[in-house]
Design a protein around this ligand. Structure first.
Ligand code: TYM
Length: 344
């Protein structure tokens, strides 16, 4: 089998309300991976328009996600930060993948079913084809590792299936063009640690999400210290004190979620948190969680606001990153065109 140089790719949608789930499930991982890998981080604006967006808000949300990446500690000089729509090869490869992926594969995607809801006939074609664009995002760089939250696992499996089918369908021309037995790698999802699925603060059985109508369900990255404190204090809990060991969290989704959040923010395991707080009541634990959350998130929120005010800096980061990404993506598209038999 062909081997591929390790490369990290991931994306975040600019759809407003960046929250603790995005931060712990994805962005902190992006930051850590910079030490060991070349990384490409994308603001996926083409994905955002699969549901209706207000153009002025979209512009500001693209800058917000960019600011969050930088404020969290991603270095846009050493790595690449860019927005998807500036590199047309994403959409171009997505079209090719629309012709590789099978309708049956897309019909299995649970996120489409959730997002389209009951009115499926009225969902955009883009929302349905969303995972083929996501596969193109990753594979146009032939990226090997993709840090994401748990909710993206099925989309990553689809990306692997598309890569495999392309490699099989075009085995002969792949051999002619690049002299290898596979052109695309099987991208590996990186879904690890205590906060791969951060839950709503109002209901421990529902995912923390940008679209929850209650702002008390989530901690936004731009929330100030008082708001963070209020949201944590109001978070739903149960009447029992915290257990001392992990099995004690079973069937206690809210307690499990808060312990997971604490662990991830403090870069500990849930076991370590329970060793420290076992048999503590929630008011003690929540006070410690407020202090921790404010100390970790406060500086990021403040830096995000500062950066967002400097639009020309943010836009410059995106255009520089896009130019660098485009060189890589264009090379892949040339190969793909040769493999498909197009004239260029
Ligand atoms: P998006 O924008 O919904 O979320 C961005 C990242 O945050 C993670 N996440 C969570 N992690 C833990 N707990 C939660 N409650 C939570 N909510 C969100 C997501 O798993 C994701 O990692 N389709 C992707 C964006 C995308 C992408 C890509 C990702 C487009 N192309 C290519 C990786 C590679 C999405 O909608 O993420």
């Amino acid at each position: 089998m062909a081997t591929f140089p390790e490369l990290v790719f991931s994306g975040v949608q600019p759809t407003g309300n960046l929250h603790l789930g995005n931060y712990l499930g994805a962005i902190t991982k992006f930051v850590d991976l910079q030490e060991t890998h070349d990384c490409i981080y994308c603001v996926v604006d083409l994905h955002a328009i699969t549901v209706a967006q207000n153009p002025a808000e979209l512009t500001s949300n693209i800058r917000e996600v960019t600011a969050a990446f930088i404020a969290a500690g991603i270095d846009p000089k050493k790595h690449i930060i860019f927005n998807q729509s500036q590199v047309a090869e994403h959409a171009e490869l997505a079209w090719v993948f629309n012709c590789i992926a099978r309708i049956g594969w897309l019909n299995r995607m649970t996120q489409f079913k959730e997002k389209a809801g009951k009115d499926r006939e009225n969902a955009s074609v883009g929302l349905y084809a969303y995972p083929t664009l996501m596969a193109a995002d990753i594979l146009v760089y032939r990226a090997t590792h993709v840090p994401v939250g748990e909710d993206q696992k099925q989309h990553l499996e689809l990306a692997r299936d598309i890569a495999q089918k392309f490699n099989n369908d075009f085995a002969e021309t792949i051999r002619n063009v690049v002299g290898a037995d596979a052109y695309f790698p099987q991208p590996e999802p990186l879904i690890q640690g205590p906060a791969t699925r951060v839950m709503s603060l109002r209901d421990g059985t529902k995912k923390m999400s940008k679209s929850d109508p209650s702002d008390y369900s989530r901690i936004n990255l731009t929330d100030d210290a008082d708001t963070i404190a209020q949201k944590v204090r109001k978070a739903k809990t149960d009447p029992e004190p915290l257990p001392s060991e992990l099995p004690g969290l079973a069937k206690r989704p809210e307690a499990d979620n808060l312990v997971g959040i604490f662990a991830a923010l403090n870069k500990q395991s849930k076991e370590d948190v329970l060793t420290q707080f076992g048999s503590a009541n929630f008011s003690t634990f929540k006070s410690a969680l407020v202090d921790l959350a404010v100390s970790k998130l406060g500086p990021i929120g403040a830096e995000m606001k500062r950066l967002q005010a400097d639009k020309s800096y943010i836009d410059g980061v995106l255009s520089d990153g896009s130019a660098r990404a485009k060189v890589l993506a264009a090379g892949t598209m040339q190969d793909v065109k040769d493999m498909l038999g197009f004239i260029r």
